[in-house]
Design a protein around this ligand. Structure first.
Ligand SMILES: [Ca+2]
Ligand SMILES: [Ca+2]
Ligand SMILES: [Ca+2]
Length: 319
């Protein structure tokens, strides 16, 4: 940045004073923008981990049929670089896009964020881990989709059960009784750092010290405050769809250029092909192979925008 400023100064030395001022102002604005970007956006260093969500132009019916999303540009994860590396997982067992890949899309209106995910998965299983009491297995072992939201773009770490602004949601696939979980950790002073034990006995951090895990299923309450949520899965010939609508308390549901702000956002796709045991593999959009389920700074970034042609649809009602 300093060299940029230096170059600007050298380059404008022979220019009239007015142009010098203009260059200096432009350089200052650029510097201010870069600084602001660093402070308020999530921290994935990967260029792909920013999604620009248009205001919706069609009525979205939450039924798992994604035909009304056809005109929305999706982001597809179908390469090795999207696989989470940790907890014994990587792309090592991956046999290709038919084994696991996914495309997600996001739109918004004044009330809600809407997310559509088409998951390609060759073996779609009913949940098992989510239904077991105890912490040895859970929704994190079942076929399904994780959605992370840092509603107010805080970049904060250590969010807990009951926090309406910062989230790790798990949407667990089932043909008959799909499930939703919302955040998995409670603060407990003095609790030892939770560790994940790998098959070879090695341990990896699972959370921070002073934290304990809990299964926080919210399938029934998801439709009520603060989310007013609705979700639906639909089995497809190559996998399944997930369609979700929910409110994001603390988020400005406005275009970025009109008082809006960056929202921390992440998507992970869980794949278990055995119907038992630990997860086989996981796609993870932001690419941050760290404690992304504990720390919003490891999320990607969601930017809301509105096209001029879409402005007339702002008052339409969500279904
Ligand atoms: Ca639909
Ligand atoms: Ca699979
Ligand atoms: Ca599977």
């Amino acid at each position: 940045m300093l060299s940029l400023m230096g170059d600007e100064i050298v380059a404008v030395r022979e220019l009239p004073v007015r142009k010098v001022r203009r260059y200096a102002t432009a350089a200052f604005v650029l510097l201010a923008l870069m600084t602001a970007t660093k402070c308020s956006f999530a921290s994935s260093p990967y260029s792909w981990a920013t999604y620009y969500a248009p205001r919706r132009t069609a009525t979205i019916t939450i039924d798992g049929d994604l035909s009304e999303w056809d005109s929305v540009k999706g982001f597809t994860m179908d390469q090795e670089k999207f696989f989470f590396v940790g907890q014994g997982m990587s792309s090592k067992k991956w046999t290709g896009p038919k084994d696991l890949s996914a495309t997600f899309k996001v739109v918004w209106d004044d009330q809600y964020i809407y997310v559509a995910v088409h998951v390609v998965d060759d073996k779609v299983n009913e949940p098992f881990g989510s239904l077991v009491s105890g912490m040895d297995t859970g929704s994190w072992d079942d076929d399904g989709v994780e959605l992370m939201f840092d509603n107010d773009g805080s970049n904060m770490a250590r969010y807990y059960i009951g926090d309406p602004l910062h989230h790790e949601f798990h949407f667990v696939y089932s043909a008959t009784h799909p499930l939703v979980f919302d955040n998995f950790w409670k603060y407990q002073a003095g609790a030892p750092q939770p560790m994940f034990t790998l098959p070879d006995g090695k341990k990896e951090p699972l959370a921070y010290p002073d934290e304990v895990m809990a299964k926080n299923e919210i399938t029934q309450s998801f439709a009520g405050p603060p989310y007013y949520g609705k979700f639906a899965f639909k089995r497809t010939p190559d996998g399944y769809n997930l369609e979700v609508r929910m409110a994001l308390p603390g988020a400005q549901m406005k275009p970025i250029y009109d008082g809006g702000h960056a929202i921390g956002f992440d998507v992970a796709i869980n794949d278990n092909d055995e119907g038992k045991g630990p997860l086989k593999q996981q796609l993870h959009w932001s690419g941050m192979n760290d404690l992304y389920w504990r720390d919003c700074k490891f999320f990607g970034t969601l930017i809301l925008y509105d096209s001029v042609s879409g402005a007339s649809t702002t008052s339409s009602t969500a279904k």
